[in-house]
Design a protein around this ligand. Structure first.
Ligand SMILES: *Cc1c(COP(=O)(O)O)cnc(C)c1O
Length: 387
């Protein structure tokens, strides 16, 4: 980064930013630990901590009693290690063979489900490296079929390269607690664990629950739970909303009004000129757009923004860097604070609300807040941890 760019960033000069409340992360971890007990909580900080910033979230989670961390990629684990984060870190799926030596060098525990990955680990120079054997009990994404669990565990036992640290599975429908599918998955998992024990391959750690599993399925709470979305204060899905009420969203999204104008009845605006005004009104422009993670379609599905503590409709197509808001006849000026996600006065807009309008899930909303948006931490963190 050039000095001028660094200075502009350091000054917080952009009128669009996200705030990440690390006290909320810590409170959520404590809430989840109480719900999961006696199971421990490992915090899932993949995808840059679901868009919140992996390093600050990881530090806050560990300080609040998370017993370990999970990531999706070797690169994500390396980022944590390079920031000085110790303790246990698990990579959740098999990785390209060329990354395994790096994973081993950074003490990243690995998920395995094929003999190929075991051979690659041995070839990569691993010695007694902790691996977690993943069984596909019904998610049908990755994992060994149940009948391969014992042969794979035996291969792990024979290998000098690895030791069996854990056995895991992943739930496909845990956020729909009325559906019996999760119980079927857990029963299949229990049968695999019994087979492993009978064959002399009991693992020190057993884990099955994601956030929804933790909240809704006591039987999924084993040695630890892998909590992702709930750590960030977001419910895993409408089916478990009532169980997630003790959580507090950590991320809010902010902008300042960059321009204000009056428009007349019948005028139209933005690309495609799709919005036409039925009355004279004031329109505020915000310097944030779809390149920042505000989905372009949000304006067409009732998206709103808080300005002056009042919900106001997005108008016209959201553009790459800017968007517009109808403020009626209320006084609004350049520099006024706008909240896209979060609280202002008595009103609040959640990532869930966006997700509901857009027919997606809040996971996609928070992960989609782009790197162009600066994350400001409360309480503040050292700049080195602010990546
Ligand atoms: C992402 C992920 C999780 C966390 O899921 P949440 O629903 O965010 O809690 C847990 N386990 C695995 C294998 C994952 O990929």
């Amino acid at each position: 980064m050039s000095t001028a760019v660094s200075a502009a960033t350091a000054a917080g000069a952009r009128w669009a930013w996200a705030e990440v409340d690390l006290d909320a992360v810590a409170d959520n971890i404590r809430t989840l630990r109480a719900a999961a007990a006696p199971s421990a909580v490992w915090a899932v900080v993949k995808a840059n901590g679901y868009g919140h910033g992996a390093v600050p979230v990881a530090r806050a989670a560990l300080a609040a009693g998370a017993a370990g961390l999970c990531v999706a990629l070797v690169q994500e684990g390396v980022e944590l290690r390079e920031a000085g984060i110790g303790g246990r870190i698990l990579v959740l799926s098999e990785q390209p063979p060329e990354l395994l030596a790096i994973a081993v060098a950074h003490d990243l525990e690995l998920t395995v489900y094929t003999v190929t990955q075991l051979a690659d680990l041995a070839a990569g120079g691993a010695h007694a490296h902790p691996v977690h054997l993943k069984i596909d009990t019904g998610m049908r994404r990755v994992g060994a079929p149940p009948e391969e669990a014992v042969p794979l565990a035996a291969a792990i036992a024979r290998s000098d390269a690895v030791v069996l640290a854990g056995v895991l599975t992943h739930l496909a429908l845990a956020d729909e607690p009325d559906d019996p599918y999760t119980d079927d998955q857990l029963a299949r998992f229990a049968a695999v664990l019994a087979d492993l024990a009978a064959a002399g391959h009991a693992a020190p750690l057993i884990h099955a629950a994601n956030s929804a599993g933790l909240l809704a399925h006591p039987g999924a709470r084993r040695s630890f739970v892998r909590a992702g979305i709930a750590v960030y204060g977001i419910s895993p899905g409408p089916g478990v909303d009532v169980l997630a009420t003790g959580l507090r969203p950590a991320m809010s999204l902010h902008a300042k009004v960059s321009f204000v104008k009056r428009v007349r009845t019948g005028e139209r605006l933005s690309y495609g000129l799709r919005h036409q005004f039925a009355a004279d009104t004031s329109v505020a422009t915000l310097p944030i757009g779809y390149a920042d993670g505000v989905p372009r379609r949000l304006h067409a599905v009732g998206g709103e923004v808080l300005i002056g503590g009042v919900r106001r409709p997005m108008v016209g197509a959201i553009t790459m860097d800017q968007m517009m808001v109808d403020c009626g006849d209320d006084p609004v000026g350049v520099g006024d604070q706008a909240v896209l996600i979060g609280r202002q006065g008595a009103e609040h807009i959640t990532a869930d609300e966006w997700a509901h309008r857009l027919d997606t899930i809040a996971y996609e909303i928070v992960c989609g807040i782009s790197p162009r948006i600066e994350r400001r931490y409360r309480p503040a963190v050292a700049p080195a941890g602010n990546l």
